[in-house]
Design a protein around this ligand. Structure first.
Ligand SMILES: NC(=O)c1ccc[n+]([C@@H]2O[C@H](COP(=O)([O-])OP(=O)(O)OC[C@H]3O[C@@H](n4cnc5c(N)ncnc54)[C@H](O)[C@@H]3O)[C@@H](O)[C@H]2O)c1
Length: 247
């Protein structure tokens, strides 16, 4: 198998390359990154015209149009881990999924898939509870709130018709019962913490996930990269890989 690693020189790209080499010693890796060293790394996707089986993307959302155009034109399945896409960029991803399989996930951890399922269950069990989501990440993270916190909030919203996402709370005023608050902390070297607080007047249920090592996301990306080459064009998420497990 030949895996094109897009964003290969970033924090995640380096961990992904290391893990793929370790777990898939027979696979070929094709690193692409504008910051890469000439001769070792392709500076742009379009510089690589050789064969490939899948693209694994941990780059920047501004590369989305180039990424999706390349994947569609070359019929290459896509695993997109990059977060922070604009509406137009998300539309381009959905367009690409008409011709190639695309797995888009804001978090590749199995723990987050389980956390999301538990959060929906808890939101249903306590329909009148106040729900607040708090995430923490390292001080170099660019997007706020995290893609994972937004996905969690939308999952909770899907079982709470009429609810409203409140990203941060910047104005004075009372909390509305239908609000789902999302809050971000940026500090130190925190890999990723996501907490969902489900609070009634008499009790609080807190569900928490903490990532200890970036390798966690690379492991999920590796599972996704192997799986995506076996399915037909369309949009997929981590839940699709783990369907049997969560039933
Ligand atoms: N889905 C997940 O589980 C998960 C986990 C961790 C990080 N992420 C996301 O992955 C992305 C990368 O994270 P990171 O911590 O490695 O960031 P980083 O800034 O360390 O690395 C990003 C890399 O992408 C490269 N890049 C920038 N523009 C590019 C372009 N147009 N084409 C190709 N490469 C380009 C940069 O040169 C850099 O080497 C972020 O969006 C982050 O939120 C997702």
């Amino acid at each position: 198998m030949k895996y094109i690693i897009h964003g290969a020189c970033g924090r995640m790209g380096r961990v992904v390359q290391q893990l793929f080499r370790e777990k898939l010693p027979d696979a070929d890796l094709i690193p692409v990154d504008p910051m890469g060293r000439e001769g070792e790394v392709y500076r742009a996707l379009t510089d690589y015209r050789g064969p490939g089986d899948c693209i694994v993307d941990f780059s920047h959302h501004s590369a989305t149009l180039e990424l999706t155009a390349y994947a569609s034109s070359r019929k290459l399945p896509l695993v997109i881990a990059t977060t922070g896409q604009t509406e137009a960029e998300l539309a381009a991803i959905h367009e690409a999924a008409k011709s190639v399989p695309v797995l888009l996930a804001s978090n590749f951890s199995l723990g987050i898939v389980v956390l999301t399922a538990l959060a929906k269950q808890a939101a249903k069990a306590f329909p009148d509870a106040d729900i607040e989501i708090v995430e923490a990440h390292h001080n170099r993270k660019l997007d706020v709130p995290s893609g994972t916190a937004l996905s969690l909030a939308k999952a909770v919203q899907s079982v709470r018709p009429g609810s409203r996402l409140v990203i941060g709370r910047h104005e004075n005023g009372k909390r509305e019962p239908a609000d789902i608050g999302v809050h971000a902390l940026r500090m130190g070297n925190v890999v990723g913490v996501h907490e969902i607080h489900i609070c009634t007047d008499t009790q609080t249920l807190t569900i928490r996930h903490e990532a200890h090592d970036r390798a966690l996301f690379a492991e999920g990306a590796l599972t996704a990269a192997q799986w995506i080459t076996t399915v037909t064009p369309g949009m997929y998420q981590m839940q699709d890989i783990l369907k049997g497990m969560l039933a």
